[in-house]
Ligand binder design. Structure first.
Ligand code: ATP
Ligand code: MG
Length: 268
């Protein structure tokens, strides 16, 4: 698969998003380099999905700026941002259930623009092959188990040849074995396409095992950033995951009473 033009970073500067009476994202700044995997983490409601929504133009931004390289894409409509090389997946999978897997991915390829039907089909087949699910090409998307649905959504995003891939909880609903497959798949996508990735997830094994750097939100604000090793030991991060406790090695253990926190379990 061809990667986008190399070298340009995704820059988010002082992002703010207000909903009526609520500041969901508050002065958040970070960068994602091409070929880099950045984890965007934080407790439920901390503003992760909203950040992806404003980066991709799904929601209008209240303040701040988004750039790809020197191009200021702030306020661009979603389709134009997509064509600039930003692709995303959704926390709640959105596939066309009556379409086959291959057709769903073709739609992704077409939505990015500039390709013929024939080229879109070829690209969709390539992507399916590439992430190891060619056998599912002709299965109706509505018949897939949840773990496979997530992979199809990633494939659909990938079919746009993105420069940046924004994944909202790719690990949600996956069992341990599926996470073990997802992790190297995402790593391979990065290695082979050179795209930059922003990964939101509550599965700390996935986040710690995959990401080069982490950006941690709580109540819409940045509370920590750095390598996974640096971030996991910060008291503010441990505290933010309410009910979470740390063991002697600094691992964050989830609170079993809280299903959301329960998904935050120790890496290593
Ligand atoms: N469209 C909206 N209108 C009003 N409030 C919203 C909207 N979308 C999100 N919010 C609020 O903004 C805050 C941040 O929500 P967001 O979905 O970004 O959190 P999140 O970090 O993705 O959480 P989770 O881990 O549960 O997915 C929450 O308080 C949420 O209720
Ligand atoms: Mg979310």
């Amino acid at each position: 698969m061809a990667a986008g033009p190399p070298g340009e970073r995704l820059v988010a500067r002082n992002l703010r998003k207000d909903f009526a009476g609520l500041r969901a994202v508050d002065d958040v700044s970070f960068e994602v380099d091409p070929g880099e995997i950045v984890g965007l983490i934080g407790p439920n409601g901390s503003g992760k999905t909203t950040t992806i929504n404003v980066l991709t133009g799904l929601l209008p931004i209240t303040a701040g700026a988004v750039r790809i390289g020197d191009t200021d894409i702030t306020g661009w409509p979603a389709h134009r941002i997509a064509r600039a090389g930003m692709a995303r997946t959704f926390q709640v999978v959105k596939l066309f259930k009556d379409f086959t897997v291959l057709e769903n991915i073709e739609v992704g390829a077409i939505s990015a623009g500039g390709v013929s039907r024939h080229e879109a089909r070829r690209r969709a087949e390539d992507v399916l092959e590439h992430i190891g699910i060619a056998r599912l090409a002709n299965v109706p998307a509505g018949a897939l188990p949840q773990g496979e649905e997530r992979r199809i959504e990633i494939a659909r995003a990938l079919a746009t040849n993105p420069r940046f891939l924004l994944l909202d909880e790719p690990g949600a609903g996956l069992n341990d074995a599926e996470i073990e497959v997802l992790m190297p798949t995402l790593g391979r996508i990065r290695d082979q396409t050179g795209c930059g990735m922003l990964v939101v997830d509550h599965d700390m094994r996935l986040i710690m095992g995959l990401c080069d750097r982490l950006h941690v939100l709580n109540f819409g604000r940045t509370i920590a950033e750095g390598t996974p090793e640096q971030v996991r030991r910060q008291p503010a991060v441990i505290e933010a995951y309410l009910g979470a406790e740390t063991d002697a090695a600094g691992n964050v253990a989830g609170n079993a009473a809280d299903p959301a926190a329960g998904a935050v379990h120790a890496a290593g």
